[in-house]
Design a protein around this ligand. Structure first.
Ligand SMILES: *[C@@H]1O[C@H](CO)[C@@H](O)[C@H](O)[C@H]1NC(C)=O
Ligand SMILES: *[C@@H]1O[C@H](CO)[C@@H](O)[C@H](O)[C@H]1NC(C)=O
Length: 345
């Protein structure tokens, strides 16, 4: 019943140790310092949140907190970068319109962005002080695969999902593919990162993925065991992104065959290529202190700032291109595949 817990946590501070905070949008552009480092343009569009050291390349030996001058996050010592792809509405005439992001429950003033969670423990467990190892300098990871268009593939990443919001509090009925019916309060995208670490590749691996793994059975929430290849439990990093699809809910705007109209910026009309990226950038031992102090929404050991303050931290696009209005093609000319729910192998 974890989702019930999250719902409660969203409204009433509880003793359950978990960081839940808001980070507004930093910039929306075609850059990806993890997958395409040094390339001035990445193939598809991203929405990026966090510290303003985000750049074309990000040297893992340099702490983002040493370079950033502001962050969009309400924990002011978090200069990490978190990003996902961008959702578009595809009209009947084949043009595309960027779907706006709205603030989550309790974070309504956030301009775009996401809600970020770090959960150090298990569904049942109290955290023993000092028992959780937080991510460290240079830690990076990616989860999901933008080329996936089948459910069998998407199941490898069983915790990348969509919630069709009946209202802002809906937390049940997660699906691996885009919702097939209009969602009255928008579509929440859930990106849960792996929680088991190989313990040897300290911070990263060449594919930014193989140093971490999901539990070998069950989930983090059900206290599933870590596989022997990745025996060390790490906190669960989790993004919620609330896409405000309400402007597009009229079914007369949807494709004539009745299929759903949303596509990812990487051309995925199925939703099964959902993915997210992370570059750790907390200042000093701030994240470890938060983990050690059973922090929750409020965390006295961390420096906080208001959502309004976070909204002011904005980066100019380095890749200058039109991403708004009715676009004749997706930014970067990404081709759309999987239309009409047709699986592409
Ligand atoms: C981004 O990288 C460029 C080139 O390496 C550098 O000149 C610039 O200062 C960096 N920007 C930020 C915000 O760190
Ligand atoms: C395409 O459809 C959208 C949504 O109905 C409309 O706003 C736009 O003007 C249309 N564009 C063209 C070129 O017909």
């Amino acid at each position: 019943m974890r989702w019930t817990k999250f719902t409660i946590v969203g409204l009433v501070p509880s003793i359950h140790a978990l960081l839940r905070f808001s980070c507004s949008q930093l910039v929306v552009e075609r850059l990806d310092p993890l997958v395409n480092p040094g390339e001035k343009v990445s193939p598809h569009l991203h929405q990026i949140i966090g510290g303003n050291a985000f750049n074309v390349s990000m040297d893992p030996t340099i702490a983002p907190s040493d370079q950033a001058t502001c962050t969009t996050c309400t924990f002011a010592e978090d200069f990490s970068n978190y990003w996902t792809a961008v959702m578009f509405f595809r009209a009947r005439n084949g043009t595309f319109k960027r779907v706006p992001i709205k603030g989550n429950v309790n974070f309504e003033q956030s301009q775009g962005g996401m809600t970020v969670y770090y959960t150090p423990t298990l569904a049942n467990g109290a955290v023993k002080k000092g028992s959780v190892t937080a991510f460290k300098k240079g830690f990076r990871m990616i989860i999901g695969n933008p080329t996936y268009r089948t459910e069998a593939e998407a199941k490898k990443f069983r915790q990348l999902t969509y919630t069709c919001l009946k209202d802002s509090m809906t937390r049940t009925g997660e699906t691996l593919a885009f919702p097939t019916q209009p969602c009255p309060a928008g579509i929440m995208v859930n990106v849960r990162f792996p929680t088991c670490w190989d313990g040897t590749n300290l911070a990263d691996s060449p594919d930014h993925m193989s140093h971490v793994a999901y539990p070998s059975s069950g989930t983090f929430e059900s206290n599933g065991p870590c596989p022997s290849t990745h025996p060390v439990k790490i906190p669960q990093l989790f993004y919620e992104v609330v896409w405000d699809t309400t402007k597009f809910k009229d079914k007369s705007l949807w494709p004539e065959d009745g299929s759903q109209p949303f596509v990812w910026s990487f051309g995925d009309a199925t939703g099964l290529g959902n993915h997210g990226d992370y570059i750790f950038g907390w200042k000093g031992d701030a994240l470890q202190r938060a983990m050690d102090n059973n922090c929750n929404i409020n965390c006295p050991t961390l420096k906080s700032q208001s959502i309004a303050e976070g909204n002011k931290c904005i980066q100019q696009q380095k890749v200058s291109e039109n991403i708004d209005g009715w676009l004749s093609e997706l930014p970067g000319g990404m081709m759309v595949t999987g239309l009409g729910g047709t699986p592409i192998a």
